[in-house]
Design a protein around this ligand. Structure first.
Ligand code: F6R
Length: 242
């Protein structure tokens, strides 16, 4: 795992977007999996801009959504679906055949997980994963205690996740479960970028990078990935020793 600290969040966003662009230049049919939320927002915007400016062929890559709030409809502002529609699918004009996200309204969520695992296997795995880090150290909805070998699964959300998650919605939401890829996917991905910005993330970033590796602090999984890169702005990286 490497760590890159950027002077500003904008510089961080640009570098993450450039990673996506570079991958598509090298492998136009790459599989990219992304978290929604605030951390990758700027990177998505920069990606759409740089891809157009550099005339990148974005017609063949496949996009996978990392997770979704169970019971939240795709069209509701605040859902991961909604985020990606606004930031990626719309701006890049992606056809629905070019992406797959969990259907968190499905009657059979186990089947949704199996569908996701089978799809990723059929695509030959994930080339690039871009994730954020929650205030309890989660990645996706891999909450503290989640085993490192899980594939897609449904997870009961802890109190921090359910309360912090309210920030995405226009009205109070009952957030009880999440459906998510697991660290089995993350550890097998070609490359993983963990993005974090702002002072509120400094402590969790420090634990992820310098803390003990294990399910008690999920983002510590990054330390196990040879092609893992923690990309932070100066504020989020403020507590790192080196
Ligand atoms: C969202 C997701 C979450 C977030 C994390 C950080 O799809 O996977 O794990 O990445 O909660 O959220 P932000 O970036 O909004 O601080």
């Amino acid at each position: 795992m490497k760590v890159r600290i950027f002077d500003t969040a904008t510089a961080l966003d640009q570098a993450a977007a450039q990673e996506m662009v570079d991958l598509l230049k090298e492998k136009p049919n790459a599989v990219i999996c992304m978290a929604s939320g605030n951390s990758p927002k700027g990177a998505c915007e920069q990606f759409a801009r740089i891809a157009k400016e550099q005339d990148v062929d974005a017609s063949a890559f496949f996009f996978i959504g990392l997770d979704e709030w169970v019971g939240v409809p795709a069209g509701l502002r605040g859902s991961c679906h909604y985020d990606f529609q606004e930031r990626i699918f719309g701006p890049l004009g992606l056809d629905a055949s070019r992406y797959h996200l969990f259907d968190a309204m499905a009657a059979d969520l186990q089947q949704e997980c199996q569908r996701m695992d089978a799809l990723i296997a059929a695509k030959g795995g994930i080339d690039l994963m871009i994730v954020g880090i929650g205030m309890n150290g989660h990645i996706g909805f891999n909450e503290p205690g989640s085993a490192f070998d899980l594939k897609a699964h449904v997870r009961e959300l802890d109190e921090i996740t359910a309360s912090v998650g309210q920030k995405y919605f226009d009205q109070p939401m009952a957030l009880k479960y999440g459906i998510t890829l697991g660290f089995g996917h993350l550890l097998q991905a070609g490359k993983v970028l963990l993005l974090a910005n702002g002072p509120a993330k400094a402590e969790v970033v420090q634990l992820a990078v310098e803390g003990r590796v294990g399910p008690a602090f999920p983002a510590s999984v990054m330390q196990l990935h040879v092609q893992g890169m923690v990309m932070v702005d100066a504020a989020a990286g403020a507590l790192l020793k080196s």
